[in-house]
Ligand binder design. Structure first.
Ligand code: FAD
Length: 476
């Protein structure tokens, strides 16, 4: 396609969004080059969703072993080997990374292993090769990186989610700082693998921005599993004491841990990329400001995925990458719909959610009906486990449309995926009720929840409070 430029498309970052965009654009006949400075596959494959979920699976054997006795099993002694898990995980992500590479090559994309910087509206500098490539279009798909929070003494003793996956030893005692989904997921999985886990966070509850009921439900379950939460209490400093790290909290409390993990959010990866110099508009946290077609303020430069700080999730980055390629190289303008994205928090118990929280619904709709249930799952009757399942359906009282569904319990993420279709289709509560149950399952409660728990006939939240809730993002 290209005549005036070396390539039609230069993609910076071979993660979820960049790889999808490169492959689809190449499929439309574009000459595409991709630069990656770390490992092909990006955060999701290398140090995000995939290795995290593998660790979650590992952690859940603890429950399976404990539950099995009630079903007649007698187990010998069981033990867990962190090193074996890390090695198995590494093998799998290397396999996936190789598949990403092969798929790019098969699509005819040229892959360059180098940090890339933007030198002009059509120029990309490849640092490892000391050369500049010209491109008709540049796509910024550089993702995000852990944000370390306030500078406190000894902060460099702490690790982030980038390092936790490859620790040579499982920390016996760990402090996790933060209350977002990454903090919560690692707290839950490490606790089940046997670590003593303390979580310190600024807020008075975990998972800001999620529905209040599921936040409380998950917090209580995690507290019950032995995680020590320090709410409204951030670390004041860290000090090395032998092999341990002594933590001092703002309230003056001191205790020793083996590791501190900062999970205090993630910021878009634009630092030093050269974007401001050529007039690409960034927002206050450094995210590339884009229009619905992912185009930045410089017409030849687009951005997708976490670097745009829209919804920082893998399937969203992939969709944005695909839509970009359709729009710019396929002649089919596509704007990604960011409403009603189902999502999960892979703690144990798991949290699955789609659509509006109760607070959001009450702010936007005149009449809101809420249906809630909390029950002991069938499995717990024999296992003796104290686990509970929580389900909540938020309905527009005027149209009967289901606005949101929020679940805590086994397979909540799987349920959220399917509920996402119903909510996207605009299903009514009557349609849920008309659906025959699959028995015996936990999910059947979703179609048998006939008794309304509450009806709210006007906005009952203080508008400032509600607006603040809505602003809060579900990002890590
Ligand atoms: P990335 O996948 O981060 O890719 C960006 C790539 O660009 C990286 O490979 C980086 O090395 C490269 N790069 C950066 N700068 C340059 C440069 N100058 N030159 C060359 N290369 C560069 N999402 C979910 O949907 N579900 C989950 O369960 C989930 N779990 C997560 C768990 C953790 C611990 C983390 C950190 C994230 C998780 N996410 C999850 C979020 C998900 O990983 C991201 O939303 C997704 O990876 C974003 O894709 P991306 O293409 O925008 O960026």
């Amino acid at each position: 396609m290209s005549t005036d430029y070396d390539v039609d498309l230069f993609v910076i970052g071979a993660g979820s969004g960049g790889v999808r965009a490169a492959r689809i654009a190449a499929g439309y006949g574009a000459k595409v080059m991709v630069a990656e400075e770390y490992r092909i596959g990006g955060t999701c494959v290398i140090r995000g969703c995939v290795p995290k979920k593998l660790m979650v699976y590992a952690s859940r054997f603890a429950d399976a072993f404990a539950d099995s006795e009630g079903f007649g099993w007698t187990l010998g002694s069981v033990s867990f080997d962190w090193g074996k898990l890390v090695a198995a995980k590494e093998k799998e992500i290397s396999r996936l990374s190789a598949i990403y590479r092969t798929n790019l090559e098969k699509a005819g994309v040229t892959l360059v292993e180098s940090r890339a910087l933007v030198e002009g509206p059509h120029q990309v500098r490849l640092l490892a090769h000391d050369r500049t490539v010209s491109a008709r279009v540049i796509l910024i798909a550089t993702g995000a990186a852990p944000f370390l929070g306030p500078e406190v003494p000894g902060r460099d003793l702490a690790i982030t989610s980038n390092e936790i996956f490859d620790l040579p030893e499982q920390p016996k005692r760990i402090l996790i700082v933060g209350g977002g989904y990454i903090a919560v997921e690692f707290a839950a999985l490490l606790r089940r693998l046997g670590s003593d886990v303390t979580v310190a966070l600024r807020g008075d509850n975990i998972l800001r921005g999620f529905d209040e009921d599921v936040r409380c439900c998950l917090r209580d379950a995690l507290t019950g599993s032995g995680i020590a939460f320090k709410f409204s209490d951030m670390p004041r400093g860290f000090e090395k004491k032998g092999k341990a790290i002594e933590v001092t909290l703002a309230n003056g409390e001191r205790f020793a841990v083996d590791q501190v993990m900062l999970a205090t959010g993630r910021h878009p990866n634009t630092h030093g990329l050269g974007l401001e110099t050529i007039g690409v508009r960034l927002d206050g946290v450094g995210a590339v400001c884009v229009d619905p077609y992912s185009q930045s303020s410089v017409p030849s430069i687009y951005a997708v995925g976490d670097v745009t700080n829209r919804v920082a999730l893998t399937p969203v980055a992939i969709r944005e990458g695909h839509a970009f390629a359709d729009t710019v190289f396929g002649g089919k303008p596509v704007a990604v719909d960011h409403a009603g994205i189902p999502t999960a928090v892979f703690a144990t118990p798991e949290l699955g959610t789609v659509g509006l929280t109760e607070a959001e619904a009450r702010l936007k709709h005149a009449i809101v009906d809420v249906f809630k249930a909390q029950f002991r799952p069938l499995k717990a009757t024999l296992s003796g486990s104290s686990e509970k399942v929580f389900m909540k359906i938020v309905v527009d009282g005027e149209t009967d449309r289901v606005l949101g569904v929020h679940i805590v319990g086994d397979d909540a993420g799987e349920m959220a995926q399917l509920l996402g279709i119903a909510v996207k289709l605009g299903a009514t509560k009557a349609a849920f009720d008309a659906t025959v149950a699959v028995h015996p399952t936990s999910a059947e409660e979703l179609v048998t929840l006939h008794t309304r728990t509450a009806r709210y006939e006007q906005v009952q939240l203080d508008p400032g409070e509600a607006a603040a809730l809505m602003d809060e993002e579900r990002t890590p």
